[in-house]
Structure formats: structure tokens, C-alpha cells
Design a protein around this ligand. Structure first.
Ligand code: R5P
Length: 291
């Protein structure tokens, strides 16, 4: 059997390269041209294995462009390889996993059909927003946690009586796991989001965080609203420093600047989305999930 092909487009080039090295695969790069009307023209730069291919592509903005590129790569890989594994380190659309308001389309269901139809037989994602999203996929799927990698980074910092904080109930298990890794405690805030405007509010009345360094743990930061609201609340409760650990830092509309202004000392994210804050490499954890 020849080497496994690791095919990556632009959104996950660095991560794809690291993965290929870790699994001793053959990296197949892609050349992408975006036409003036927004269409992607994709050309593969290398040969694809007859037996197994891995496609790596995160679906962050431009979301639909990166999505169609992922589907195209899967389709091309399937023309050559008998097995195609798809790695979507950041799964866009994952927050649209159920019908919150009547008439809403559950886009994760649509994606599930598209990925299967394009030819993938196994999907690997990292800290998907909720496991409900994966239930729509009728192929083998696996969610990999970045908590241990993120926590390893925080273990190296000298923190004052650290306390892990989840900004909402949905992140409770993540915070619990993170706190376990650090050998400390965790608390969970109550967050309310207006389903129509998207605005968030912290409903928790009081917490005991006096003089402690806090680590706000979340799966993703989009506009920063959740983190900013939580930080303002925690600062009022007289905590010491606030750090943020998140898997996917989208940081839309100058979110990073706004988060820092709210009083956050440092934002630490993984390289599922490359950027200034993505200092934790997740390739080793993904590689273990492939084998
Ligand atoms: C929501 O439940 C997620 O876990 C994140 O907290 C949220 O999606 C982050 O979005 P934003 O940064 O826009 O508040």
C-alpha cells in the first residue's frame, strides 16, 4: 500500500502539512483561484492514492467558499481513492443543528447529505459546537477534544488560584474536563441569547471569584459577545485576571480588540482556525483519531 494522501486547501494548509508529517502521508497541495464572481477554481498539485485519502479543510469565513472547496476535494479524492476520510477541524454551520424557531432550516442536515454524497466515508471534527450536529451524519463520525492540548498550555503559566469558568450551561462538560486537567475547580455561568437579535446577557447574580485568575473556556469565539459579557460580569465580581481558552477563534468584526478592551489578559486558541491567537497545535490529537 502506498502512502495516504493528505489533501488540503488554503483554509487548513498549515494544519494539513503538520498532519501529513505526523502520519507519514503524502501532502497534496491545492492551487485555488477565486474568480471575480466568487467561484473557486481548484487544481490539485500532486497524485492521489488509490487506497486512502484524507481531506483537511476548516469551514470558517468565507464559510460557503470553504465548504464548496471541501466538497470538491472530497469528490475528486473519491474518484481516485477507495476510502476518503474528511477532517473538518472547525465545522461551520454546527450551531444550526436543530430547529430553534419554526421554519428554520437545520443546515447541518443539509451538510450531512452533501458530505456523504461527495464521497466521504468518515468524518472527523474538533470540538463541534454540539454532538447533536453529528447525529445528522449517516457515516462514521468522530468528535475530537482540544481540551487536553489547551489545558497543557495553561499548565505552564503561573496562575493565582485558577478557576475554570464556562460562559454558559452548554459548555459545562468542557469546563469540567478542563478543570480536571488543571486539577482545579470550575463554575458555570447562565447566559441568555436573544434568538432573533443574537445579543447575549449573563443572568448569573453572584459568584465567588475574589482575587482568583479565571480561565473562560468555550468551543468558539465568533463576535466575542459571550466572552465580553462574561468578562465584564466576572471583573465586577472582583476576580484577578481573565484568560480565554477556546478551540476555534473566528474573531469576527474586531472581536479580538473588543475582548481585550473588556479586560481579558490573553486569548489562547488552537490552529483549527489559523490566526494571531492560535498558539496551540492540535495536529497530534487529530492524527491519533485517524489511526
Ligand atoms: C454558544 O453557545 C457557543 O458556545 C459560543 O459561546 C458562541 O457561539 C460564541 O459566539 P459569540 O462570540 O458571537 O458570542
Amino acid at each position: 500500500m502506498g502512502k495516504i494522501s493528505v489533501i488540503c486547501a488554503k483554509s487548513s494548509e498549515d494544519l494539513g502539512r503538520r498532519l501529513a508529517k505526523k502520519i507519514n502521508g503524502n501532502l497534496v497541495k491545492t492551487e485555488i483561484r477565486i474568480f471575480p464572481d466568487g467561484e473557486s477554481k481548484i487544481t490539485l498539485k500532486g497524485n492521489i492514492s488509490k487506497t486512502k485519502s484524507i481531506v483537511v479543510q476548516s469551514i470558517y469565513p468565507p464559510v460557503d467558499t470553504n465548504l464548496i472547496q471541501a466538497l470538491s476535494l472530497i469528490s475528486k479524492a473519491k474518484e481516485n481513492s477507495s476510502e476518503v476520510i474528511t477532517i473538518i477541524p472547525y465545522m461551520g454551520y454546527a450551531r444550526q443543528d436543530r430547529e430553534f424557531l419554526p421554519g428554520e432550516i437545520v443546515t447541518m442536515k443539509v451538510l450531512a447529505k452533501l458530505f456523504k454524497g461527495a464521497g466521504t466515508s468518515k468524518l472527523i471534527v474538533v470540538d463541534i459546537h454540539s454532538l447533536i450536529g453529528l447525529k445528522h451524519f449517516k457515516i462514521k463520525s468522530k468528535n475530537v477534544s482540544a481540551v487536553a492540548d489547551l489545558a497543557a498550555y495553561f499548565k505552564k503559566l503561573s496562575l493565582e488560584s485558577p478557576l475554570v469558568v464556562s460562559p454558559d450551561q452548554g459548555g459545562k462538560e468542557r469546563a469540567k474536563e478542563f478543570a480536571k486537567e488543571l486539577g482545579t475547580e470550575y463554575i458555570v455561568l447562565e447566559k441568555k441569547r436573544d434568538r432573533k437579535t443574537g445579543k447575549v446577557q449573563i443572568k448569573t447574580k453572584q459568584v465567588d471569584v475574589l482575587g482568583r485568575d479565571l480561565i473562560l473556556v468555550d468551543d468558539m469565539i465568533s463576535t466575542g459577545g459571550s466572552i465580553i459579557n462574561a468578562t465584564k460580569f466576572l471583573k465586577k465580581e472582583k476576580c484577578k485576571r481573565v484568560f480565554v481558552a477556546c478551540t476555534h477563534a473566528l474573531l469576527i468584526n474586531e472581536a479580538e480588540k473588543k475582548i481585550r478592551k473588556s479586560g481579558v489578559t490573553k486569548i489562547v486558541s488552537t490552529n483549527t482556525i489559523p490566526g494571531k491567537t492560535s498558539i496551540v497545535d492540535i495536529s497530534n490529537t487529530i492524527a491519533k483519531a485517524i489511526i
